[in-house]
Design a binder for this molecule. Structure first.
Ligand SMILES: C[S@@+](CC[C@H](N)C(=O)[O-])C[C@H]1O[C@@H](n2cnc3c(N)ncnc32)[C@H](O)[C@@H]1O
Length: 309
């Protein structure tokens, strides 16, 4: 793998998190990048005039490029039953489950992706990016974790190490944003929605899903102890089993509720909520209309959004 070290980009003033840099990995055409001094108004910052300055990024060229992931056998989306079976062994063997889940999500995506510029926000190692690329999208994967960014780049994806609350792109850069299971891993989801709104072109779409806190899987590794609350639940879990393998509450996992998220979105002028459904059983959308119940019965909440024109 060939690495080219280049100059870092200046941090945006309101960035609060620990990550104040970004790096780029992978191949692909240039994507408009917003420089620190640029205005946010899409009328005054045209993506075509703000193409990424390669001198601002650390580029890692992948040794070989492929749009398929290691576990992709290109046989089409798995049934819900198959997915459920794979989910049971997700801890030991995550690759088949997440690859097939991404393929299934792509097959059900109600937006056009072929030849569209799509951001995979919180991409992990790139399951969704690869599925998007196979559908013909021009994908950029963004993640906070260097190993994930390198894993994404190793499969030929264009991948950037970047904070989703401070994206290095000009306003209106993307036709679509995919954001799977990342929202609950950030303390300020409203900042993620700010950035989704900003980087989408008018009429662009966003597909956002996350595991809501009171979901049967809301506590991730400490489930079901999260029902005692994020602090007490974590303490009880640790007293019994030791530190969780990953996702300790208030470290990399924050209680993220459906009602609050929907209220914040409805108050937003720049994003329109098109639909909200339980991701794994979307036919049961009525659940979303029942406050309280929806927080517990929805395993994973899926929101479809449109950037207001
Ligand atoms: C549970 S993984 C989901 C990965 C992938 N989207 C999927 O569904 O398979 C959450 C990912 O979000 C990333 N992440 C968390 N906070 C982030 C942030 N502020 N900006 C970018 N990525 C973030 C983590 O590094 C992690 O890879």
């Amino acid at each position: 793998m060939l690495a080219v070290r280049l100059r870092a980009r200046p941090a945006r003033a309101r960035l609060r998190g620990p990550v104040r840099r970004f790096r780029s990995a992978g191949s692909g055409p240039p994507v408009p990048v917003r420089r620190a001094h640029e205005p946010k108004d899409p009328m005054t910052s045209s993506p075509s005039t703000t193409v990424a300055d390669p001198a601002q990024q650390q580029v890692v060229l992948p040794a070989r490029a492929t749009s398929g992931g290691p576990a992709s056998n290109q046989t089409g989306p798995a049934s819900r039953l198959d997915l459920f079976r794979m989910a049971l062994s997700e801890e030991e063997d995550p690759e088949p489950f997440y690859t097939k889940l991404a393929e299934r999500s792509m097959a059900e995506l109600p937006f056009p992706v072929c030849a569209r510029r799509v951001l995979d926000l919180g991409s992990g190692p790139g399951y969704y990016s690869r599925a998007l690329a196979r559908s013909g999208a021009e994908v950029v994967a963004i993640d906070l974790s260097p190993p994930n960014v390198h894993a994404a780049a190793a499969s030929g994806l264009r991948a950037l190490l970047s904070d989703g609350t401070n994206l290095p792109f000009a306003d209106g850069t993307f036709d679509g944003v995919m954001c799977s299971n990342m929202l609950e891993h950030t303390p300020t989801p409203e900042d993620i929605f700010d950035e989704i709104e900003r980087v989408l072109r008018p009429g662009g779409w966003a597909w956002v899903s996350w595991t809501n806190w009171y979901s049967p899987w809301g506590g991730h590794s400490i489930t079901p102890w999260h029902y005692f609350g994020p602090r007490l639940g974590a303490r009880l879990y640790m007293a019994l089993f030791g530190p969780p393998t990953k996702n300790l509450p208030y470290d990399t996992l924050w209680p993220t509720h459906i009602g609050r998220t929907l209220r914040q979105l409805r108050a937003r002028k720049g994003l329109r909520l098109l639909d909200a459904v339980p991701r794994y059983y979307p036919s049961q959308r009525w659940i979303m209309k029942v406050p309280g119940l929806r927080e517990v019965v929805t395993w994973n909440c899926l929101l479809l959004l449109e950037r207001v024109r």
